[in-house]
Design a protein around this ligand. Structure first.
Ligand code: FES
Ligand code: FES
Length: 162
């Protein structure tokens, strides 16, 4: 049996004590604990399918060891949901048909949210750069870029109304 160490993570707003071997990746940990919305693709940092937010910034969970994340806040695509309502990014991906098989979608949405956390009014070039580590075989990227622009606009409106 492999040795384990315990790491405290806040996952989608819930504090969890995670016992994991020192070499376990965050991707492995999350899927082992039922966060199947985090997708496993290349497992070597090339596709972005596994991206989650760590303290608001997108990381490839396949390249991140769980034991290095003591006390950090992890957000998966499911954690963006607002009760029964979709988050504006999720809603915009649906509206613009930016989802076909959907395998890339959680990672794309995480990368987009990470961008919008830093840059509420991104240029097309900002979006292209921010999503450049996320591969999609199905949609062509135009609908994804349109969805991110729409979500950015909705989020800015929400911010100015608050
Ligand atoms: S599975 Fe992590 S980048 Fe591909
Ligand atoms: S929608 Fe299929 S890989 Fe992106």
């Amino acid at each position: 049996m492999r040795e384990t160490e315990t790491t405290t993570l806040e996952i989608n707003g819930r504090t969890r004590e995670i016992a994991a071997p020192p070499n376990q990746t965050l991707l492995e940990t999350l899927r082992e604990h039922g966060y199947f919305e985090v997708k496993s693709g290349c497992e070597k940092g090339d596709c972005g399918a596994c991206a989650v937010l760590v303290d608001g910034e997108a990381v490839d969970s396949c390249l991140t060891l769980t034991g290095t994340l003591e006390g950090r806040a992890i957000t998966t695509v499911a954690g963006l949901k607002r009760g029964e309502e979709l988050h504006p990014l999720q809603a915009a991906f649906v509206k613009f048909g930016s989802i076909q098989c959907g395998y890339c979608t959680p990672g794309l949405i995480m990368a987009a949210q990470s961008l919008l956390n830093e840059t509420p009014e991104p240029s097309d070039e900002d979006i292209r750069l921010a999503l450049s580590g996320n591969l999609c075989r199905c949609t062509g990227y135009t609908k994804v870029f349109d969805a991110v622009q729409e979500a950015a606009r909705v989020l800015r409106e929400e911010e100015s109304a608050s």
